[in-house]
Design a protein around this ligand. Structure first.
Ligand code: GTP
Length: 289
């Protein structure tokens, strides 16, 4: 099975980190995000990974080399246009993943549901407690998608399932995506498929979009081993306090520094007396957020 991973976005919400490193290469528990995602996909039988790249493609290609395939857009095509461009030569059922979601989704069950329904496209959904911050997906009992509902006012939602950013596509759907301009799969392609072969599958387990500063920190806290993670090539001086945090390679924490529930990025130098709580610390030893 082939998976197309959308990794071409600018990641503006994670600036300034994404000014030099693309979002998919940002470390989560001391490994580039994409390593986690690709490991999960391989574990579910994905044997070909096509990266749909645009913004800052080179650091990704340098890291993964020939292990993956790359479709580099000449200009940003939006999520829909990017799928059409990257999947141009695919003529079998394939998986699409947003390149910024960590999940335990059972991909095999998603693909089986897609086949059982005879679907043209299937969207994985994730159940959330507070749906007011999300675009929601309303489904019928048999999993058919009935409607997309944009961010309802708090307390008013009768739907609690959001688009989890993993899809199964039949190649014929690619023809519905206009060419020559940027196209959003969420806002343009899926609405057109309502009532025309679009189904949903609600996954269980962990799910985390890493795209905002708060969720980037949360992803690290959720994916690190219990208690925290310190790279062997980090230096923690005696008298420094590191609690439930991720510390990257080459980072240095001086005696008297205190870091809790935070991420210290690789190479960061944290001086004596510095205190960080629920923050991400950059190379200059200051909080990025
Ligand atoms: P923000 O600028 O912070 O919203 O981040 P983003 O650019 O990543 O946008 P968003 O989170 O909406 O994108 C969802 C997924 O689609 C991410 O994995 C992006 O890398 C990817 N993506 C968004 N736009 C494009 C595009 O034009 N081309 C490609 N190849 N991927 C895209």
């Amino acid at each position: 099975m082939i998976a197309v991973l959308l990794v071409g976005g600018e990641g503006t919400r994670l600036r300034p980190l994404t000014e030099w490193l693309p979002k998919p290469m940002l470390p989560i528990a001391n490994r580039p995000f994409l390593e986690h995602q690709i490991g999960q996909l391989r574990g579910h039988g994905i044997d070909r990974v096509v990266l749909s790249c645009g913004y800052l493609a080179e650091p990704i290609r340098e890291h993964f080399g020939d292990e993956l395939e790359y479709a580099v857009e000449p200009e940003p095509l939006g999520t829909g246009g990017a799928i059409r461009f990257a999947a141009a030569n695919i003529d079998e059922t394939f998986v699409v993943c947003n390149g910024d979601v960590l999940t335990d989704l059972d991909l095999g069950a998603l693909i089986a549901a897609h086949r059982d329904h005879g679907a043209r496209a299937t969207i994985a959904l994730h159940r959330v407690a507070d749906p007011s911050a999300y675009g929601l997906v309303r489904t019928g009992q048999d999993g058919v998608v009935n409607a997309f509902v944009e961010k309802p006012p708090p307390g008013t939602a009768d739907v609690h399932t959001i688009n989890a950013g993993t899809y199964v596509f039949e190649p014929e759907v690619l023809e519905l995506i206009p060419t020559g301009r940027a196209v959003s799969v969420e806002r343009e392609v899926f609405p057109e498929l309502v009532g025309a072969g679009l189904f949903a599958f609600t996954g269980e387990g962990r799910w985390r979009d890493i795209g905002t500063p708060a969720s980037y920190l949360a992803a690290n806290m959720e994916w690190m081993p219990a208690g925290g993670l310190v790279d062997p090539a980090a230096v923690i001086e005696a008298g420094a306090d590191v609690t439930e945090s991720v510390v990257g390679a080459g980072a240095r924490l001086a005696s008297g520094a205190s870091v809790r529930r935070s991420v210290v990025l690789p190479g960061a130098s944290v001086e004596a007396g510095a205190v960080f709580r629920d923050q991400v610390v950059g190379r200059d030893g200051r909080a990025v957020w």
